[in-house]
Design a binder for this molecule. Structure first.
Ligand SMILES: NC(=O)c1ccc[n+]([C@@H]2O[C@H](COP(=O)([O-])OP(=O)(O)OC[C@H]3O[C@@H](n4cnc5c(N)ncnc54)[C@H](OP(=O)(O)O)[C@@H]3O)[C@@H](O)[C@H]2O)c1
Length: 332
């Protein structure tokens, strides 16, 4: 890779999200997918053919050994994020790792330490934090436009998933908290870290017959204020409800009502007045994280300022507490 050449991407785990990511990668200037790896050679070849990718591998280690891959996007189920990201870092590959970064903070801290020890770029694929409207809101809150944040709330509409989907499989890390509440937690950590830092966390969940938390609520109470977030899956259902969040400060407020994951419209109220904010929809929602990872690689950065690793770890620590509250699963 040179300052002007394309960033050459490899994809590990060619499932649902990898397909969307590959489509957006193909639309991102300065980036190119050159290799894909599956546990199965036929699946790798089929994915490579449908996305115009030159090299297809029937195992992940072969992609890790490909000297013409600059960065690897790991898109396997979260139960395997630690092992697959570690495999890539051990092979000296920078990594963009799907959310939730790992199953718990212990695994996350180990990956971060490994990347730091090897001076390798590592980033949570928390694409919402790369969204231009959210970045604008973060900048305005940090500039003090709504004063000190005091309260945050997020409501995610119900999301239908087919019977037998991995999100209801404990062996693959199935969990509404890990799959979906990780988003508002990241948004909270970016917009108002004081509401998360040192907060006491309480959570409750409805569990499926498989023992998976399929609906959940998380509440945080910190010396700076309170936060709450909730939502759930409908197993066997279809479609998804709207989602949004609000942040109230002592001099104003902001709210996103169209789409928490990928906001396109917001309102902000400051002492100057109420303002409507819009961002034109991108033709590729994952494009922003692809551009951000590429920008960081070209600049020689080991982490993204938009999704810094200490933010990722702070979120994992809250997830640990919420998981332990709802499932009795302690962080390993
Ligand atoms: N950013 C987003 O908007 C977004 C959306 C959905 C999901 N995600 C995240 O992306 C990750 C993958 O989700 P997905 O919905 O794409 O899952 P998926 O469709 O099941 O794909 C995951 C892929 O991982 C590979 N894999 C490796 N070990 C596996 C195992 N033991 N069991 C099953 N598959 C295994 C499989 O590919 P091969 O067997 O061919 O290697 C599979 O196709 C999850 O961590 C999820 O949280 C992110």
């Amino acid at each position: 890779m040179t300052a002007t050449s394309d960033i050459r991407w490899g994809i590990v785990g060619p499932g649902y999200i990898a397909g969307l990511f590959a489509d957006d990668l193909a639309r991102t200037p300065g980036a190119r997918c050159v290799a894909v790896a599956s546990r199965d050679a036929g699946r790798a070849a089929a994915f490579a053919e449908s996305h115009g990718i030159a090299r297809a591998y029937g195992n992940y280690a072969a992609l890790a050994a490909d000297s013409e891959v600059d960065i690897v996007y790991v898109a396997t189920p979260h139960s395997h994020h630690f092992a697959h990201a570690k495999m890539m870092l051990d092979a000296r590959k920078p990594v963009l790792l799907e959310k939730p970064f790992t199953m718990n903070a212990t695994e996350g801290a180990k990956l971060i330490a490994l990347a730091k020890q090897r001076d390798l770029f590592l980033m949570d694929a928390m694409w919402s934090l790369c969204n231009p409207l959210l970045r604008n809101l973060v900048a305005r809150v940090r500039a003090g436009e709504i004063g000190s944040p005091r309260a945050f709330s997020a409501l995610l509409g119900p999301i239908g998933v087919p019977q037998g989907h991995r999100v209801d499989d404990p062996a693959l890390g199935g969990s509404y908290i890990l799959e979906c509440l990780v988003y508002p937690l990241n948004i909270l950590a970016a917009l108002a870290p004081a509401l998360m830092s040192g907060a006491s966390v309480s959570a409750s969940a409805v569990r499926s017959p498989n023992g998976v938390d399929t609906s959940a609520v998380i509440q945080l109470a910190s010396p700076a204020g309170i936060s709450a977030m909730s939502g759930g899956f409908v197993i066997g259902g279809q479609g998804a409800g709207p989602s949004g969040f609000q942040l109230i400060g002592d001099r104003g407020w902001l709210c996103v009502t169209d789409n928490l994951f990928n906001p396109g419209r917001a309102q902000i109220s400051t002492p100057v007045g109420v303002e409507d904010l819009t961002e034109p929809a991108s033709d590729g929602r994952y494009r922003w994280e692809i551009e951000e990872a590429g920008r960081c690689l070209r600049a020689g950065l080991a982490e993204s300022p938009l999704v810094p690793l200490d933010l990722t770890l702070a979120v994992l620590q809250v997830l640990d507490q919420a998981m332990s509250d709802t499932n009795g699963r302690a962080a390993k």
